[in-house]
Design a protein around this ligand. Structure first.
Ligand code: M6R
Length: 364
């Protein structure tokens, strides 16, 4: 059932173009998003002055991208909480708070407990989930299914990428409902969303061999760093989690601008640093951080847009297809997944069943 792939994780990485298509299926027209399964009128949406996103692990990381997208397009402040922390902080919720819980399995105990807490306090809860009929979507008020198909590998890939897609769709939907997103801007974003499945395929086809080769550079390392700004920072966090989880290499992610507030002390000769640099508006700033890393002997792999200018400080460069600045996360994460996978294989790790971890965490 691995369809000729060595591991479920690799199969699921390769299924991402199809998972994205399925996630979009029936939900887009030229200027609007229709989410039949989410029953939220424009008038109701206008009553919410705050959104709280609650999730664990990779699902939490998708919420960090969701925050950028929703705040940008719908101008509603978004707080992102780790499931296991939420209940213990006496969360501030009222009927003007909309809660979004995110879970591939729909069974994660901490996320479920947070959902119940939010409902008890009177909040409406939308669930973004993959497994149909699991506990979280059954208890939530509204459900947005990822439609990614079954995910078997412990390390989440196609669920994450479709979670990002779900957040982008919600952000456009909210932005339209609040009359903040002009027809033309919405059309541009939706056209770009529709292109993503094919672009993801192209990205895998063009880069897999290169990343496999790069993986041998990482395989003997003990430490690594992932940096980026704005949306790239959120993707860096997911890239570091993926590498830790399956290759057992220590990986830390930092907002690029935070390096000189402490972490730069750890950069020495030969330390691998992955720099996400897909955000044109902050590119020069990210590149100045890359310079700081290079000056201390770090080995830098940059993830940039295709067609971006020459960047001399990069030791390796992976190019993702061009898309809207807000949407790069979907493409930028793919090389990081492939890198984690090939590094883990090179190190002889049990990729689909990493030590100490379970696919679904049903204890708190
Ligand atoms: O099923 P869930 O999305 O609720 O799972 C949450 C986390 O346990 C999960 O994303 C975990 O972090 C992954 N193994 C990461 O690849």
């Amino acid at each position: 059932e691995k369809a000729g792939y060595d591991h479920f994780m690799l199969k699921e990485i390769h299924e991402q173009p199809e998972a994205l298509s399925q996630c979009l299926a029936g939900r887009l027209d030229t200027t609007d998003i229709s989410l039949d399964d989410v029953n939220l009128t424009a008038d109701e949406l206008k009553q919410y002055d705050r959104i709280q996103v609650i999730a664990c692990g990779t699902a939490y990381n998708s919420g960090l991208v969701g925050k950028y997208a929703i705040e940008k397009l719908a101008r509603i402040p978004v707080e992102v909480y780790i499931g296991s922390e939420y209940r213990y902080r006496d969360p501030i919720i009222d009927d003007r708070t909309l809660v979004i819980v995110v879970s591939q399995s729909g069974e994660t105990a901490d996320t479920l407990a947070a959902l119940r807490e939010a409902q008890d306090k009177g909040a409406k809860v939308i669930a973004i989930c993959n497994v149909v009929g699991s506990t979280i979507p059954r208890e939530a008020d509204e459900v947005l299914y990822l439609q990614a198909g079954p995910e078997i590998a412990v390390a989440s890939t196609k669920a994450y990428i479709t979670m990002l897609m779900a957040f982008y769709m919600l952000a456009i939907y909210f932005g339209r409902a609040k009359d903040l997103l002009a027809d033309e801007d919405s059309r541009r974003l939706i056209t770009a969303l529709k292109a993503l499945p094919k672009q993801t395929q192209q990205l895998i086809d063009e880069n897999e061999d290169k990343i496999k080769a790069l993986a041998s550079e990482f395989a003997n390392q003990e430490n690594s760093f992932f940096i980026g700004r704005s949306i790239d920072n959120a993707v860096a966090i997911e890239g570091a989690l993926k590498l830790k989880e399956i290759s057992y290499i220590h990986a830390e992610s930092y907002a690029a601008g935070e390096l000189k507030h402490g972490t730069l002390a750890l950069i020495e000769e030969g330390v691998p640093v992955v720099a996400l640099a897909t955000q044109e508006s902050v590119l020069d700033k990210t590149l100045s951080n890359v310079k700081e890393v290079k000056a201390r002997g770090g080995v830098v792999t940059g993830v940039t847009l295709a067609g971006e200018r020459e960047i001399e400080d990069l030791d390796y460069r992976i190019e993702i297809p061009e898309t809207e600045e807000l949407l790069t996360s979907i493409l930028a994460v793919v090389p990081l997944q492939l890198l984690a996978y090939y590094v883990a294989v090179e190190r002889g790790c049990d990729v689909d069943q990493p030590r100490n971890l379970a696919k679904s965490v049903t204890v708190e």
